[in-house]
Write a protein that binds this ligand. Sequence first.
Ligand SMILES: *Cc1c(COP(=O)(O)O)cnc(C)c1O
Ligand SMILES: [Zn+2]
Length: 434
Amino acid sequence: MPADALKCKECSTEYPLEARFVCERCFGPLEVSYAAPNSDPAELKRRIQAGPHTMWRYADFLPLEGPARSALPTGWTPLVKADRLAAKLGLKEIWIKNETANPTHSFKDRVVSVALARAKELGFDTLACASTGNLANAVAAHAAAAGMPAYVLIPHDLEEQKILATGAYGAQIVAVTGNYDDVNRLCTQVSGERPGWAFVNINMRPYYAEGSKTLAFETVEQLGWELPDRVVGPIASGSQFTKLARGFQEFIDAGLVEGEIPTMNGAQALGCSPVATAFAAGTDVCKPVKPDTIAKSLAIGNPADGPYAVELAQRTGGSIDSVTDDEIRAGIRLLAETTGIFTETAGGVTIATLAKLAARGDIGTDERVVAMVTGDGLKTIDAVRDTFEVTTIPASLDAFDEHFAPVGVGEASPSGLASRGAIAHGAILPGEVA
Ligand SMILES: *Cc1c(COP(=O)(O)O)cnc(C)c1O
Ligand SMILES: [Zn+2]
């Protein structure tokens, strides 16, 4: 499926595959367009299955000329069946796409991989971005792995965990006293006067956006070449959300899977929910807002792909919902306690939205649902502070027993069977695994 042009999403004007992101005629956004697949489905599938266990196994669907390679392998993250979460929500089948398993622990490794590879093909020497945190992290790491200098511009009030994890890679971190939309505006200006710089989500945006399709491709392949009935995913700029649908559609068009695009449910934080607000009002005009939420990685007040996200939710019978900061915290805990996956606030937004859809009765009892858990909880550790207790005791067995009283010595419970002597000798209790 060779890429053949950049095409305006509004007026369909075509441009060569350069570092260009906005239509000169109508100022609409550009995206990569492809020629029809030049292989039959069986051959395409064979090539995918013979590929590496990274996102590059889908190179046939990505806009690169040369062999797709990167120094920091990305993708092929686990798709985890979440039966305990499903039971708790009264649903039949939930799968978690666990993007915390990427090299910098968020889905941003995918978009950076494609943007960096294309930037090299186009001869850029420096990598840069405007970021809400995870993108800075991914740009810094992938640039380091590729031996390129990197400049990352971020809002000054990001989580410290994200800034520290980014600085370690040696990137120049520029903290701007303003919100993401201010940072983005500044980057667009800088981009205009630094011709050697590839801003992954500005002048490289059409290529960057393609990386998100691999989330959909992997989901289909990991479900045994089947489509989910419904996908719940977070929305910041709306790029990932809309490209998920694009990915499903491309696999359908290529004959790799049968069916329709899943019902698409978008998730936003109430404190930054211009897309959910537009959806509720029945319009695709997303009025810019000033973000105020703990979900900082989703805090884009003026989302570039917002209108397309609204349109997609409408077209597939889905919705775009928003959840409060307390619901986000509860969503993080719910996922962690039922699956062992610790997600950041963006994942909390997704899981809280999933819970809301389930409670509202929007999800059919026979549906197969996939939730996109896009980032790691260690990056937003404050979101769980004070949500549980730590029991502090002196190093004495009596103190332990005082707090965690055995059910009754001699009873047929693990604690009852555990004679102190047996524990001292490292004996394995009945029912324990060696
Ligand atoms: C960037 C990001 C998203 C979504 O971003 P879009 O701009 O909508 O593509 C989702 N989750 C996390 C953790 C992110 O960092
Ligand atoms: Zn146009």
